[in-house]
Ligand binder design. Structure first.
Ligand SMILES: *Cc1c(COP(=O)(O)O)cnc(C)c1O
Length: 427
């Protein structure tokens, strides 16, 4: 595969942008590769700067659930564009997206729009602290909630990929109130809450963990978080930036039937433009300025182009049968991959929640970050490289999930499975 132009662009980028990328995992370092520069996307496919074609399983790290260049999203953005790009004043589009969110998300009475998932979780935590008057927060090892200071402790995603314990530049005093516990470990949660529950403002969790690879919640885990937070007067925050409108229309809270106090959304709700949101019970949300004293603001928040893209996307997802057919395709892909690996005698652990998928090179089920870290990372790198050579564009890390879009048809899935069969044979 010719990658001359990508290579040249990467060289140029590295002189100007740290590491040549605007977000660390894109650099593909952990799999020993240089990044591909993308020229355009179409449906489930991406085309790089050299004209090579790939089936895309990153989907911009989650947002592109309709595939690239969905006609109704393009039309919505174009028509908003005609009216201007930003006003810094309220528009009707913000109400429309808020209505769609509140209607879809079981726990949400009110919602505030922001521009990134990082902002959403950071603001939700500030709100939880403001509301409860407490400082401590509980998070879980291997969960990623964006790059706010207090959350970069035992974090997933790029932090895990680069094998960092956290980030430099974060004063110890900024994380002294952050407790990070093992995912799915009910006993530890109960023990820590029994000791410190009355100082805990919130428990924040990815209800399906997608930033250490895909780790499913054990049956009693989310329930335990709901019970113990209620018992000690802490808020439960679901970070559904990845799972929202992905594992089900109403997110993980709908799929697993647990109602958090606050939840955070991002990725899909912007339809490929920068939108995120946090919301929950009205009584809590009323503490946000200007109705309350917890300050949070944004020059471009509720941007009309971004709102238009989000509205158009969510309307497509509401169509009858959308999630059922996505589910069917996702199941075909994951069972196909699992059985091909089995046939090739390669131990894997495959996970799935809706159209969010995981494949660990490991011989036992993965329940936590500690488990995920035992995966065969070298084998993952070979798998990644082989799949890319065969035209399959996967997240370049064992510690990332992969995503299906509505544009992944039978042909794309068949092509992916044939590639996997060839690659597994050589691993
Ligand atoms: C992607 C992600 C974030 C961060 O969102 P950004 O828009 O990248 O800031 C936060 N939480 C989860 C669960 C995510 O997957």
């Amino acid at each position: 595969m010719n990658r001359k132009r990508s290579t040249a662009l990467y060289k140029r980028a590295q002189e100007l942008i740290p590491g040549g990328v605007n977000s660390p995992v894109r650099a593909c370092r952990s799999v020993g590769m240089d990044p591909l520069f993308i020229d355009r996307g179409d449906g489930c496919r991406l085309f790089d700067a050299d004209g090579n074609q790939y089936i895309d399983y990153i989907g911009s790290w989650g947002p592109m659930i309709l595939g690239h260049r969905h006609p109704s999203v393009i039309a919505a953005i174009s028509s908003a564009l005609e009216k201007g790009t930003s006003f810094g004043a309220p528009t009707e589009l913000e109400i429309e997206l808020a209505e769609l969110l509140v209607e879809a998300i079981p726990s949400m009475d009110m919602v505030r729009m922001v521009n990134s998932g990082t902002e959403a979780t950071m603001s939700a935590i500030r709100l939880a602290r403001g509301f409860t008057g407490r400082d401590k927060i509980i998070k879980f090892d291997g969960c990623y909630h964006g790059h706010a200071d207090s959350l970069l402790v035992e974090a997933g995603s790029g932090v895990a990929t680069l094998q960092l314990p956290g980030s430099s530049g974060v004063p110890a005093s900024f994380v002294e109130h952050t407790l990070s516990l093992p995912y799915n470990d009910i006993d530890t949660v109960n023990k820590v809450m029994a000791e410190k529950g009355d100082q805990v403002a919130c428990i924040i969790v990815e209800p399906v963990a997608g930033n250490m690879g895909l780790v499913l919640p054990d049956d009693r885990f989310l329930e335990t978080l709901r019970e113990t937070s209620e018992k000690y007067g802490a808020l439960l925050i679901f970070d559904e930036v990845m799972t929202g409108f992905r594992v089900a229309f109403g997110g993980a809270q709908e799929r697993y039937g647990i109602t958090p106090d606050l939840s955070c959304f991002g990725k899909i709700i912007g339809g490929g433009l920068p939108v995120a949101a946090y919301g929950g019970r009205g009584e809590i949300m009323a503490h946000i300025a200007p109705s309350g004293t917890v300050y949070q603001a944004g020059t471009l928040s509720g941007n009309p182009l971004a709102m238009a893209a989000g509205i158009a996307t969510l309307k497509q997802l509401k169509r009858p049968g959308f999630f059922e057919s996505l589910d069917t395709q996702a199941e075909k892909l994951i069972t196909g991959l699992a059985s091909l690996a089995h046939k090739a005698h390669i131990p894997v652990s495959c996970t799935r929640s809706g159209a969010m998928l995981g494949l660990f090179f490991i011989d036992h089920p993965v329940k936590s970050f500690a488990d995920a870290k035992k995966s065969d990372l070298e084998r993952f790198s070979s798998y990644y490289q082989g799949m890319l050579e065969n035209g399959i564009y996967l997240a370049p890390s064992q510690f990332e999930a992969f995503f299906l879009s509505a544009a992944h048809d039978d042909e794309a899935i068949q092509q992916t499975l044939s590639a996997a069969e060839r690659v597994f044979a050589d691993l």
